[in-house]
Design a protein around this ligand. Structure first.
Ligand code: OOG
Ligand code: NI
Length: 466
């Protein structure tokens, strides 16, 4: 870093703060665009308050991990992009807010012609400041079999620019200087928001829209509009079943199946449910400038409940059980519950069997034992003596099978054939202009850092390797 850059550093707004600011601005914009979203936020916060009031133990645990402070602002959104340039520029835009691509999701195998990543903060301290994340998918034009339509779509996409010139200038400024001052950050948030806004006016005429739509509703959603409108914003609930049950009274009609694992004592990964896209009036614009009214459904609502992040071993077990349940005949809910009987449902087993990641904390008893020189000698003994305690790491990512279910329910398409085994992480990363982070490595790092901290506080550094 140059001397000049270092001198400016104090004046820069921390990317975590820009992200928090952006997340608030996005939520306000979406609330104004989709009133039902405001209704959903009310319901979720009401249920969360009830859960915290009734379940003192959970409240205490969320206090310990700090999750209670981030709960009310916790959101994820989703966008769908049309080209490599858009994806690579989006990566640079999110970097200004301290959000990096984590994970690779292939949806083509589930009949949705996209692949995706999630932009989010990667360090636990940053996640604590603002856990805002955006599921970002890229349309795979190469999977469209009609060559003529494919080329038409490509040329429509080539002509649009989804970022404002000021947003680009501020991204470049950030990259060159290493940060943004407050006034620049404010302007950046305002300009970046433009990209996610809903545009009523289509970039194509009614006939082309229809053709794109027949190919796949998603193709029309990406290609026919001026930008990647944010298509949902999802709050985090502590009791997704209670929210699901409370939806109809508020005029919200959720999809039938909650995606993800079944209800458990110890939640794992992610449970999600969504409600149908709104039908919105749009304006098609013909080549000769003529305009025609039409309708499009793009935006929907979703809620989620997050649980423990699983290790590779835990995830393999999850995938196997979910797959079995999906293959089973009869009632899906019962099959799911039956299959997941095999998944240990207490935190001690999840930890001992290395199925989930944890964060470790020194307890007051641990500090007292240290002062008396009576500390236990290894991790298991420290936990057994209550000198250390642990809490599962919250899952910060997404699930491809769930995501496909969400896509399908909201695109209103009947189940489609898979596009075959066409996962292509290399191509995705080439378009992105960078590799994606491995989410499991990030959880392992957080777990390790917490152990190192505990060891330091207890003066037991040599006990904890990796
Ligand atoms: C994204 C669907 C995936 C989730 O929470 O899994 C998703 C989309 O419809 O664009 O948001
Ligand atoms: Ni979602």
């Amino acid at each position: 870093m140059s001397v000049q850059a270092a001198a400016h550093r104090d004046a820069w707004v921390h990317p975590d703060e820009i992200r928090a600011q952006f997340s608030r601005a996005m939520s306000a914009m979406y609330r104004a665009e989709v009133p039902l979203y405001g209704e959903l936020l009310d319901l979720v916060s009401q249920v969360n308050r009830q859960v915290l009031a009734q379940d003192g133990e959970l409240a205490e645990r969320l206090q310990l991990t700090g999750e209670i402070q981030r709960l009310d602002m916790e959101r994820h959104g989703a966008i769908r992009l049309g080209s490599a340039v858009e994806l690579a520029t989006m990566r640079r835009l999110f970097a200004v807010m301290g959000m990096y691509p984590v994970g690779y999701y292939d949806l083509a195998c589930a009949g949705v012609p996209v692949h995706a990543t999630a932009f989010r903060a990667i360090h636990e301290d940053s996640l604590q400041h603002s856990p805002f994340r955006v599921f970002t998918s890229l349309l795979r034009l190469e999977l469209i079999d009609n060559a003529e339509l494919r080329e038409l779509a490509r040329s429509v996409l080539e002509r649009r620019s989804i970022f404002t010139p000021r947003a680009i200038a501020l991204i470049e400024r950030f990259e060159q200087a290493g940060g943004l001052a407050q006034a620049e950050a404010d302007e950046f948030v305002e300009q970046a928001l433009e990209t996610f806004r809903w545009h009523r006016e289509a970039t194509v005429g009614a006939a082309l829209y229809q053709q794109l739509s027949e190919q796949h509703r998603l193709v029309a959603d990406v290609v026919a509009f001026k930008g990647p409108h944010i298509n949902h914003l999802t709050p985090r609930s502590l009791d997704i079943d209670a929210v699901q049950a409370g939806m109809p009274q508020r005029g919200i009609d959720p999809k039938a199946i909650v995606e993800g694992p079944p209800l458990r004592r110890c939640p794992i990964l992610l449970r999600q449910t969504s409600f149908k896209a709104l039908h919105e009036q749009v304006v098609f614009v013909e080549d000769n400038g003529e305009r025609a009214l039409g309708s499009h459904s793009a935006r929907f609502g979703e809620i989620e409940q997050r649980g423990a992040a699983l290790t590779a071993k835990g995830r393999a077990l999850y995938d196997r059980l979910l797959d079995n349940a999906r293959q089973a005949d009869g009632d899906y809910g019962s099959a799911l519950a039956e299959q997941f009987g095999e998944f240990p449902d207490d935190y001690a087993s999840l930890r001992r069997q290395e199925l989930a990641y944890f964060r470790y904390f020194v307890s007051p008893a641990g500090l007292a034992a240290k002062a008396r020189g009576e500390l236990a000698s290894d991790l298991e003994a420290l936990l057994a003596a209550g000198h250390l305690c642990c809490e599962p790491l919250v899952y910060e990512d997404f699930l491809p099978v769930s995501a496909a279910g969400i896509f399908q329910s909201n695109l209103g398409d009947a189940a489609r054939d898979s596009y075959g085994h066409s996962a292509n992480q290399d191509a995705f990363e080439r378009d992105l202009g960078a590799p994606v982070f491995d989410e499991l490595a990030l959880y392992a790092e957080t777990q390790r850092r917490s152990l190192v901290q505990c060891a330091e506080r207890l003066g037991l550094a040599e006990l904890f390797g990796d």
